[in-house]
Design a protein around this ligand. Structure first.
Ligand code: SF4
Length: 78
């Protein structure tokens, strides 16, 4: 069982430059759609750290992640 249901993940499609870095880091959590923009796979079984590391690898900070239970913003880091 992964941690994705504990996280609120948002991808800014206008910011995404389609370089697939997040998909390479966590292919169970992110994939590219037919417009070359990253999308979230709600079926992910990745753990929290894997998801966060992948999101933090985004060069344009297009991925925002919040902890659903606390509302804490986990990515991007300030
Ligand atoms: S790492 Fe960022 S820019 Fe690259 S595909 Fe993922 S969301 Fe888009």
């Amino acid at each position: 069982m992964g941690d994705i249901e504990k996280l609120k993940i948002t991808i800014d499609r206008d910011e995404c430059i389609g370089d697939s870095l997040c998909c390479n880091e966590a292919p169970e959590t992110f994939e590219m759609d037919d417009e070359d923009k990253a999308v979230v796979l709600e079926t992910s079984t990745d753990d929290r750290d894997t998801i966060l590391e992948a999101a933090r690898s985004c060069p344009v900070d297009a991925i925002t992640i919040e902890d659903k239970s606390t509302g804490e913003k986990l990515c991007p880091e300030d």
